[in-house]
Design a protein around this ligand. Structure first.
Ligand SMILES: *Cc1c(COP(=O)(O)O)cnc(C)c1O
Length: 446
């Protein structure tokens, strides 16, 4: 039901002499009517809850989730954007939550219990690493990290009887590693557990991990999906192929009778048991609700995803090639370059472009990196990626500052390493600004 304020009826009533409701009553009820309009964009249902149209609708909702009642449980704006993302990722169902971090937290809390274990890539977002090693660790869920993520045997060796998920990024920061999704999914499936892929950097336009065997996809929607750097949001997409016979015993919370009574989630949701459990039992209880307003902005952003990411990838490739030819630059880590250590994986998984985020390393170390950043006029110095604006960050002194130098080296972060997130500006203007940075780096002793 779309609710609009009808100012004419308020105006007319002001001249009415009929007995009226009190001011306080009218200030919340006056002029409200259900409009039968059909807006072309998804309306923002910015409402905490929904009225039940008939008495029995309330019971139906509480019995089997029919209809809408409360935005923490479901909201039409959020539903629309969830359906769009599920469709674009080739999944069965998506669940939007308040941030990418919330997406990872909700996805993992839907899979693991105390005493459980997760195997994750070392080449992973620092917040994900912290969630696993610090927060989940405190609740009795341990994690091991795989450094050589291209080697399926390294994953296999880290799996224990208690392991309930493998976690990796399709395209990682800072080394731009491309995950061999099919090979690592096979390892996960040998053990009846899901491969969870953070697809934030690649986006579904360039890569759809579920098509290659991954089971669950995560996004920070704050990045490319929203695209304009205006919101924080996250999403979980599930392939809907939870195998009750094969994996039910590993995930008893999905197949046992509901603790508070009623049938198990697997009985009701079958292959969608994982995402149903996340939607019904984890997200609303931990309260990671996305604002319908933010869902609307993410939905608007997605409408231009292919245009932005296509252009940003093209510009990133031009810039990466140009940087690779410059004396001040020691190396460029970009999946689109011939110098990438696994061009075979880049070709197989990213045939339409290699994304807009990559790192390069200045010969002059930290001093050169500082001079470079301080000289820039067009690029923005900030900790974000996937914006229409180009952004730059020095990982060693920011995102990776709490790692030891040896750990930083392992993930491709050196003192002179800078991360670029290439925006939609004209590539020539970006190159001019980067040349300004390189000139300053050279002066600083690069
Ligand atoms: C930003 C990011 C996250 C965290 O998402 P938020 O929306 O900031 O909570 C997770 N994974 C990757 C790859 C990211 O870039």
């Amino acid at each position: 039901m779309t609710v609009i304020l009808d100012s004419t009826s308020v105006g007319e009533r002001a001249h009415d002499t009929a007995p009226r409701q009190g001011f306080s009553t009218r200030q919340v009820h006056a002029g409200v009517r259900a409009a039968a309009a059909t807006p072309r964009t998804t309306p923002i249902y910015l409402t905490a809850g929904f009225s039940f149209d008939e008495y029995d609708a309330a019971e139906a909702h509480f019995r089997d989730g029919a209809g809408y009642a409360y935005t923490r449980i479901a909201n039409p704006t959020i539903d629309t954007v969830e359906s769009r993302i599920a469709e674009l990722e080739g999944g069965a169902e998506a669940l939007l939550v308040a941030s990418g971090q919330a997406a990872l937290a909700v996805a993992l809390l839907s899979l693991v219990s105390a005493g459980g274990h997760v195997v994750a890539s070392t080449h992973i977002y620092e917040g994900t690493r912290g969630l696993l090693a610090d927060n989940l660790g405190r609740f009795g869920v341990s994690s091991d990290f795989v450094t050589d993520i291209g080697d399926p045997d390294a994953w296999r060796a880290a799996i224990r009887p208690q392991t309930r998920a493998l976690v990796a990024e399709s395209l990682s920061n800072a080394r731009n590693d491309v995950l061999d999704i099919a090979a690592i999914a096979e390892v996960a499936h040998e053990h009846g557990i899901p491969l969870v892929v953070d697809n934030t950097m690649a986006t579904p336009y360039l890569l759809r991990p579920l098509e290659h065997g991954a089971d669950i996809v995560i996004h920070s929607a704050s990045k490319f999906l929203a695209g304009q750097g205006a919101v924080i949001g996250g999403v979980i997409v599930d392939d809907g192929r939870f195998d009750i016979d094969r994996s039910g015993s590993l995930f008893p919370h999905l197949v046992e009778r509901h603790r508070l009574g009623g049938p198990s989630v697997a009985e009701r949701a079958a292959g969608r048991a994982r995402i149903a459990y996340a939607r019904e039992t984890v997200a609303p209880r931990f309260g990671s609700t996305l604002s319908p307003f933010n869902a609307f902005l993410i939905g608007q952003g997605i409408e231009t995803l292919s245009l932005r990411v296509g252009r940003q990838s093209d510009s990133a490739l031009l810039i990466a090639r140009w940087l690779e030819g410059r004396d001040e630059v020691e190396s460029v880590d970009y999946a689109g370059l011939a110098s990438h250590p696994r061009p075979d994986l880049a070709e197989r998984y990213l045939p339409d472009g290699h994304g807009a985020v990559f790192t390069f390393t200045l010969r002059g170390g930290a001093a050169a990196a500082r001079a470079f950043v301080e000289a820039l006029q067009l690029l923005t110095h900030m900790t974000h990626i996937g914006d229409v604006r180009s952004l730059v960050l020095h990982p060693a002194s920011t995102s990776h500052v709490n790692r030891t130098p040896a750990e930083r080296l392992e993930v491709g972060v050196r003192p002179g390493t800078l991360r670029l997130s290439v925006g939609i500006e004209d590539a020539a203007d970006l190159r001019e600004d980067l040349a300004r940075g390189l000139a300053a780096a050279r002066e600083a002793g690069a």
